[in-house]
Design a protein. Structure first.
Length: 160
């Protein structure tokens, strides 16, 4: 059962968190282009909407990763180990950064598409883009730390 759950956990991580990480990373650059006047503005606006949708849908599907991980930890009897507790806390922080900073920043940019540059909502969205690359980087860094903890498992008593 542990190998089956481990396989599902890793597959869910790759298939659900991976697309979020990529979409979150690509979004700020495309948002700047879509909110600026330029020849590719319409194309960039379409890409922006798709990236935001990918982030929303795959973030929701990504809930399966910690759920499967907790089930796997119970089967492996490692639920109380420090490396796992640390990774669960970091996962929660990553989820909160996505929910509180990344998704609202993306939504503001998408909502500002098609508005005049003088519009207050457009101006707010453009100024909000300054923080978006940083929050995307923090989100991705947190997931990278979780992956390292899952592989290295410092202090693990399972011997694997």
């Amino acid at each position: 059962m542990a190998k089956f759950l481990l396989s599902l956990h890793v597959l869910a991580s790759v298939l659900f968190i991976g697309p979020v990480a990529v979409a979150v990373s690509m979004f700020p650059r495309r948002a700047k282009a879509a909110l600026a006047d330029g020849p590719d503005q319409a194309s960039d606006a379409g890409v922006l909407r798709v990236l935001h949708r990918i982030t929303q849908v795959y973030a929701l599907l990504g809930v399966a990763v910690p759920v499967l991980g907790i089930g796997l930890a119970q089967v492996m009897n490692v639920l109380g180990q420090s490396w796992l507790i640390a990774s669960m806390i970091i996962t929660a922080v990553a989820a909160l950064s996505l929910l509180l900073f990344v998704l609202p920043g993306q939504q503001a940019a998408v909502d500002a598409l098609g508005l005049a540059p003088e519009d207050e909502q457009h101006t707010k969205a453009v100024s909000g883009l300054r923080m978006l690359p940083m929050t995307a980087g923090v989100f991705n860094l947190l997931w990278a730390v979780v992956v390292v903890l899952m592989v290295v498992r410092p202090g693990s008593s399972t011997g694997v």
